[in-house]
Design a protein around this ligand. Sequence first.
Ligand code: SIN
Length: 308
Amino acid sequence: MTGTTLSPDLRTSIGALDLANPVLVASGTFAYGREMARLYDLSILGGIVSKTITELPRAGNPPPRVCETAGGMLNAIGLPNPGVDVFLREALPELRQAGCPVIVNIAGETTEGYVRLAARVAREEGVAAVELNVSCPNVSYGLDFGTAPSRVEQVVRRVKEECPFPVIAKLSPNVTDVTEIARGVEQGGGDAVSLINTIRGMAIDPRKRKPVLGNVTGGLSGPAVKPVALAMVWKTSRSVRIPVVGIGGIMTGTDVVEFLLAGASAIQIGTGNFVDPWVAPRVISELREFCIQEGIGSVRSLIGELKA
Ligand code: SIN
């Protein structure tokens, strides 16, 4: 059923995963939903992507781990998390109560590490998809799988063997050609790609003559990266047949429209959650309002419709 312009249809999908609207919240900016559930009803979201889980608990990188930059922020968090056992026992049961699709983000140090994690998650109820973090610039192995098409293809293929639900690979902009990596995901049988993760960057304290971040370098996110993300989403969506999920500096409803026009089937809000914890409900309202004003019956009619 298509919406009327007074009641636009915000539904979309990431392959087989149906979403009530295209607005998801990005891994690492929403923890496991517990704190945000005190602020608003999470069931209004298109979906939640949980903070990256690893097999064993991780403490993360030395502080300082974040700093503001012009139009954005740098983070070098280093994937701190309680490990998969605690996540499945303590965080996932609460996440399931959110009332929207839950996508579990995982990172392994080896192909077999990803496969073991995916197999654990696959045994659980209430998981809509997994997102493979093959793009973290802040840990030693973080980009091992996300910078070579053959490696990402192999890890996606092996994870797919374990998973009854969609497998999304989150891609790094820190590569020569992101479309080659996306094609590797597609060839491995991946269901979608999400992009972009952060752009490697650094900040320097000129008086101390020292890097601001404890890890020296970090990843840049926020509105500063939106043009880079739009260009990569646009190029990627023209290079693969699998859906693309857009990420990068989204703060408003019209930002979402831009990513849909560039070819994204859905989007994730990341850094925006730190600026305004209510950003996601506001963006959904603004998207609806844009559709009403422009006479758009369904957001799906916007996907890939850029006139370029
Ligand atoms: C981090 O925990 O370092 C951020 C996650 C990421 O960049 O993938």
